[in-house]
Design a protein around this ligand. Structure first.
Ligand code: IMP
Ligand code: MG
Length: 180
């Protein structure tokens, strides 16, 4: 696995330090509010970030997983991919913080936020580890950002290429010949 990585973009120690600071920001935002908090990590990319982040968050919280699946077109809509969102818990009336690995085109987060908004949470915010500011659309607002990065394809710390490299501990860039 290591030999597939051309370079480390963000070292795990830097991620760890940033997670502590982000957790402090998040705690300060929700502190003192006695309405319940639910974190909604978007699977699977956010799982490592979530696991590290929440251990620095001294707040009472629930976790509801959301999975975004794209299915090929049906007989009635050939070729039209349908996105299906599945949320594992009830978020109505609760403070919701959606957690994702990366904000790229914003399509994923836009759909997840719209679906949760329909369920009438008490508040709705989003946290991402990485953001590509050159691509992130203005209508998808995130409240907490770990790092802004250049428009590069990155893997590791939860982020995958073809479902691989999620367990690489740093955020890195693949060798060009392996790149999508
Ligand atoms: P968006 O919908 O274009 O914002 O992309 C969101 C999803 O695409 C993320 O949750 C990732 O799973 C994937 N993605 C976008 N950019 C990258 C990248 O640089 N590396 C790995 N996955 C990425
Ligand atoms: Mg992915």
């Amino acid at each position: 696995m290591e030999s597939d990585i051309a370079r480390i973009l963000i070292h795990k120690d830097e991620i760890e330090a940033r997670n502590r600071a982000l957790a402090a920001e998040i705690a300060a935002t929700y502190n003192g509010d006695n309405v319940g908090l639910t974190l909604v990590p978007i699977l699977s990319g956010s799982m490592i970030f979530l696991a590290d982040l929440i251990r620095h968050l001294p707040l009472k919280m629930k976790i509801a997983l959301v999975q975004v699946s794209t299915y090929p077109g049906t007989a009635t809509s050939p070729g039209d991919p349908r996105t299906v969102l599945q949320l594992s818990g009830d978020v109505t009336g609760r403070h919701v913080l959606v957690v994702d690995d990366i904000l790229d085109s914003g399509r994923t987060l836009r759909r997840v936020l719209a679906m949760i908004r329909e369920r009438q949470p008490r508040s709705l915010r989003a946290a991402v580890l990485l953001r590509k500011p050159s691509k992130a659309p203005p209508d998808v607002k995130v409240d907490f950002v770990g790092f802004d990065i250049d428009d590069l394809f990155v893997v590791g710390y939860g982020l995958d290429f073809d479902d691989l490299y999620r367990n690489y501990p740093h955020v890195g860039v693949l060798h060009p010949e392996l790149m999508p």
